[in-house]
Design a protein around this ligand. Structure first.
Ligand SMILES: O=C(O)C1=C[C@@H](OP(=O)(O)O)[C@@H](O)[C@H](O)C1
Ligand SMILES: C=C(OP(=O)(O)O)C(=O)O
Length: 448
């Protein structure tokens, strides 16, 4: 199990409101995939705007351990000299994916059809998360996994020597599982078919097509059927990473709840498989607009403008939207506390197996801040108190979970008394510039 530095206690409190432009970093999902597919291509892939958060840096390190040449040119520009599909070398040491579920699961898929044995580990959070959801389908290709009970890290995967293509229906709505199977399918001869009943983020499919793989996506009565032809030669790409909507969520939600705010968050990727939060906020009555909508690098992009919205109402979030905003429920629950009436969130069992059990982590912190929350295994309800009526004044545990830490720091910008988190360290996994970005907008967020 890898370590984590000394805790960084942080606090936030109400101030004059947020103003200005918030330039959030590159998309985490797309950054991981750029490095992994770059490492599986032949030749030099150039990546602009890579997220330099710890999760992605751990994936870069792993790609080097497999033999790819990964170089940081500064200013977010990186290059990867790939080793080709099936060209991964057996790493000398353990692959430590830190806090990153996406990193470990995608890399397991990428190596599972090569004849190498790889031991994976991570921090205490990652070592508590389920890996069976990935190792089960990888076993169908012929890979073997040996780990701790319950399919937990540390775990050694021995890749298939004679991989077979598979047909697999993903049993949980998970882009990580879908992607692991597709990446494994790259080095299996013939057609690998993945079926998902609920559409999840489709960055892997889009990027595989961009690298020249033969990939067909069909909407059928069975679900979304993705067919990948194995053993292509992937052509290196020039990738510009759009800015992360999951990071944009924090300054956007802060502006909606902090009195007097008016914030512009430019160049945000609005792929429909990711933009569910913004639709939900608009349905709640948020003053949130998409300015200058356009297409960049095959992804829809717009500038988001968020203004203080004192009259938001609680709503029932459509469960069908869950996958498109799965990482945004923690910060949505904060906004819901400032809306009038209940916000009902159903069909969200996956929240219990993220970096923390996010329903439990948010429910406990919200209650400590004076907000009533009800919960069940796959649902929760936040009873909004309305703007100006949220007490706050609590210290909450971030549980090695960046989104929990950032959500409560956003909350403290509008509660009657300051909010504190015991450890803001995990924020560096996805949003290393969170603190200067927020203070640059005038928010009172600080180490405490
Ligand atoms: O594929 C990805 O990049 C991700 C998929 C989601 O996880 P699941 O696949 O577990 O839902 C999401 O929560 C995670 O932050 C990133
Ligand atoms: C769930 C998340 O990431 P991962 O699964 O990659 O750890 C997240 O970033 O919210």
């Amino acid at each position: 199990m890898s370590g984590h530095g000394d805790p960084i206690p942080m606090m936030s409190q109400r101030g004059p409101g947020l103003a200005g432009e918030a330039h959030v970093p590159g998309d985490k999902s797309i950054s991981h995939r750029s490095l992994i597919l770059g490492a599986m291509a032949v030749g030099e892939t150039v990546i602009e705007g890579l997220l330099e958060g710890q999760d992605v840096l751990d994936t870069a390190k792993a790609m080097r351990a497999f033999g790819a040449d990964v170089t940081d040119h500064g200013g977010g520009r990186w290059s990867v000299h790939g080793v080709g599909v099936g060209g991964f070398a057996e790493p000398d040491g353990v692959i430590d994916c830190g806090n990153s579920g996406t990193g470990v699961r995608l890399i397991m898929g990428a190596m599972a059809t090569s004849p190498i044995a790889v031991t994976f580990t991570g921090d205490a959070s990652l070592c508590s998360r389920p890996m069976g959801r990935v190792t089960d389908p990888l076993a169908l290709f012929g890979a073997r996994a040996e780990g701790r009970e319950g399919g937990r890290l540390p775990m050694t995967i021995t890749g298939a020597t004679d991989p077979m293509p598979v047909r697999y229906t993903v049993p949980v709505p998970s882009a990580q599982v879908k992607s692991a199977v597709l990446l494994a399918g790259l080095n299996a001869p013939g057609k690998t078919v993945v079926i998902e009943q609920e559409a999840t983020r489709d960055h892997t499919e889009r990027m595989l097509a961009g690298f020249g793989a033969e990939i067909v996506v069909e909407e059928t009565a069975e679900g979304r059927v993705i067919t990948l032809t194995g053993q292509p030669e992937l052509a290196p790409q020039h990738i510009t990473v759009p800015r992360d909507p999951s990071s944009a969520a924090f300054p956007v939600c802060a502006a909606l709840i902090a009195e007097g705010s008016d914030v512009l968050v430019p160049n945000i990727g609005l792929n429909p498989t990711r933009a569910g939060l913004f639709e939900t906020l608009r349905e709640m009555g948020a003053d949130l607009t998409y300015e200058n909508p356009r297409e960049e690098g095959g992804e829809p992009v717009a500038d988001l403008r968020a203004r203080y919205s004192p009259d938001m109402k609680g709503i029932e979030v459509p469960p069908a939207r869950a996958a498109s905003m799965i990482d945004e429920y923690p910060v949505l629950s904060v906004v819901a506390a400032f809306a009038d009436g209940p916000t009902v969130m159903r069909g969200v069992k996956e929240l219990r197996v993220k970096e923390s059990d996010r329903i439990d982590a948010m429910a406990q912190g919200l209650r400590a801040a004076g907000v009533e929350v009800e919960e069940g295994e796959d649902w929760w309800i936040v009873h909004g108190r309305g703007q100006g009526n949220v007490p706050g004044g609590a210290t909450v545990e971030s549980r090695l979970d960046h989104r929990i830490a950032m959500s409560f720091l956003v909350m403290g910008l509008a509660t009657n008394a300051a909010m504190r988190v015991d450890d803001g360290g995990p924020i560096a996994t996805s949003f290393p510039v969170f603190e200067p970005l927020m203070t640059g907008l005038g928010a009172s967020v600080a180490r405490a």
